[in-house]
Design a protein around this ligand. Sequence first.
Ligand code: IN0
Length: 394
Amino acid sequence: MGLLGTIMEHPEEVYPMLKLKMAAARISKQIPAEEHWAFAYTMLQKVSRSFALVIQQLGPELRNAVCVFYLILRALDTVEDDTSVATEVKVPILESFYRHLYDLNWSFSCGTKDYKILMDKFQLVQTSFLELNKDYQEAIEEIARRMGAGMAIFIQKEVETVDDYDEYCHYVAGLVGLGLSKLFYVAGLEDLASDSLSNSMGLFLQKTNIIRDYLEDINEIPKSRMFWPREIWSKYANKLEDFKYEENFEKSVQCLNDMVTNALIHVKDCLQYMALLKDQATFRFCAIPQVMAIGTLALCYNNVNVFKGVVKMRRGLTARVIAETNTMKDVYDAFYELSASLESKIEDKDPNSSLTRKRVEEIKKACTASGSITRRGKYLKESWSIYNSVLVSA
Ligand code: IN0
């Protein structure tokens, strides 16, 4: 939707969108002078626009550590994702990646577009990494080591069971949660969160991405990479590809709803993790992606468009989440309303309807038990309607 469309149909999104645009413009002018830090912050903006903005709001020391951590994880991801690199080459690189962080002569060219630039100029990321305090370096190194080892395992193995699915998501996202909790602790801003809650934060985000990206991942060239566990999809089809064909859409949506119901398991832990945060900037940094995730799940639930294109929240809605997620009360409001919106889409004929209802009720209860919900209904106004989402054809 263009600006004119937003003004006409969602006027309440106009101010947050302008605010976001201005913040983005301000930040793009604040690029540091030194070449390696300039590269790090420019890359960050290229690979993740709205996330870059939230990172920029962290204090300077933590901001540098998180920026470097993010780019190192993106580099690992680029190696893992590049289907044109042979397994025999890829596995040892993933396993030894953490050691190369200290070796300025190391490089490995792969990926495409911005990710190829990231890999080709990785030396600049390493130079930034080497300027961080030792405690930050050690935390990042440990996560890169464990994640690389886990990715190497799953290069050679499919996601069969729900346990495999949780294990894969632990390596690529749960460990990010453990690493970030450690960085917040080292910065002196937060108590050290438990591994289990930190892990859940990552799992909830990653499962949401895996659900939303079904079509993009299945159509991946030269070879599709799939993360939906066989234990779930085999209840609805013989092959995972079958879901993209119109004649199977009824089963496709049932499987989708099963996957969403599985992701909802993590919400209670995520709320608990966020409730324990003390620093305002750290809180926003953690909470914004979480609110986006529950919004995306509500949007994807029972939505056949997941199998026809990429289902995304409107840009204006994203701008509102960024502007209006400031306190734990905002988070409870958002989770309450967005899970209620998901609940309104549950149909009795869905094979998992009672389980989905039970999980949504638990989330709503966790939100109201906090006693801080006052403006109930805010998200249910027509303006927050998640149905007017963007459907980008894949
Ligand atoms: C992230 C996470 C992230 C942020 C804050 C706290 C976290 C706690 C535990 C685990 C992850 C946490 O957030 C980003 C969000 C992001 O990149 N959003 C994209 C939108 C999109 O659709 O991709 C954007 O462009 O804004 C995230 O998704 N991941 C991530 C990666 C590194 C770091 Cl340091 C933090 C990726 C993933 C796989 C979910 C962990």
